[in-house]
Design a protein around this ligand. Sequence first.
Ligand code: HEC
Length: 220
Amino acid sequence: MSIKYLHLSITTAVMALILASCSPDPLSPGVEYMPDMYRSPAAEPYSKLPTDSLFSNSMEARLPVDGSITRGYLPYGIPNNVEGYEMAGELLKNPYPMSDEIVAEGKVIYTKFCVHCHGKEGNGDGLTVTAGGHPPPPAYTSAALKNLPAGKMFHTITYGKNLMGSHASQLNNEERWKVIRYVQTLQGNDMAMDGKESIEEESTGSMTSEEVMDETTMNN
Ligand code: HEC
C-alpha cells in the first residue's frame, strides 16, 4: 500500500470516529471523554432533583431556616403601631455624632432617596409635588416636625407613614441614622449638638415616658 492510501485510510477512520461521537441532539455534547470531569455528581444549584431525593419538594436550593437574619442587617424589634412609634421616639438614640463627615454621607442618601418628595431644603416641595401633583409632605421645620425625636424619624423611615413608604429595603440601619443627621441640619437642629445626642433632651415637643403613660391612661 502506498503512503498516499495509508494517509487516506487514517483520515477516513478519524473522520468516521468524529462523526460517530456526534449526537443528533444539538444540546448534547455527544460522546464525552471522561464525563465526570464535566458533570460533577453533586447537584447543581437550582436544579430539579429526582422526586425521590432527600428533599420532599425536589428543589435543590434550600430556603433559609425560620428566623434567619440576613448578614449585615439587624432586626428592628419595635412594632409598627402607635405605641411602637412613641417607644422608638424615647428609646432609640442616633449612634452617629453630628459631624461633617456623617452629615455629608447623609446628604448623599437624602439626595438619592428623599429629595424628590421632601425637596432640597426639606420644605416638602420635591419634584413629585411640584411636577407630579403628589400631596406635599410637611416641611421639616414645621411645628409638627421641628423637634421630632430622631427615634421617631427612624421608625418612620423603617416602616413608612401614610403617604411615605417604608425605606427599610433601600437603607440599612446605619444609612437611616446618617440621613437623619442630614435631615436635622435641614431643621437647623445641628448647632448645639456637636457630637452629643442632645436633641431629645432639648426638644420641647416630645414627651417623657411618664407623660406618655399619663396620656395613654387618660385616653383609655
Ligand atoms: C414618596 C414621597 C416620600 C419619600 C420618597 C420620602 N418621604 Fe418622608 N414623608 C413623606 C410624606 C408624605 C410624609 C408625611 C407623613 C405623614 O405624617 O402623614 C413624610 C414624613 C417624613 C418625616 C416625618 C416623620 C414623622 O414621624 O412624622 C421624616 C423625618 C421623613 N419623612 C424623612 C424622610 C427621609 C429621610 C426620606 C428618604 C430616606 C424620605 N422621608 C422619603 C413623603 C416621602
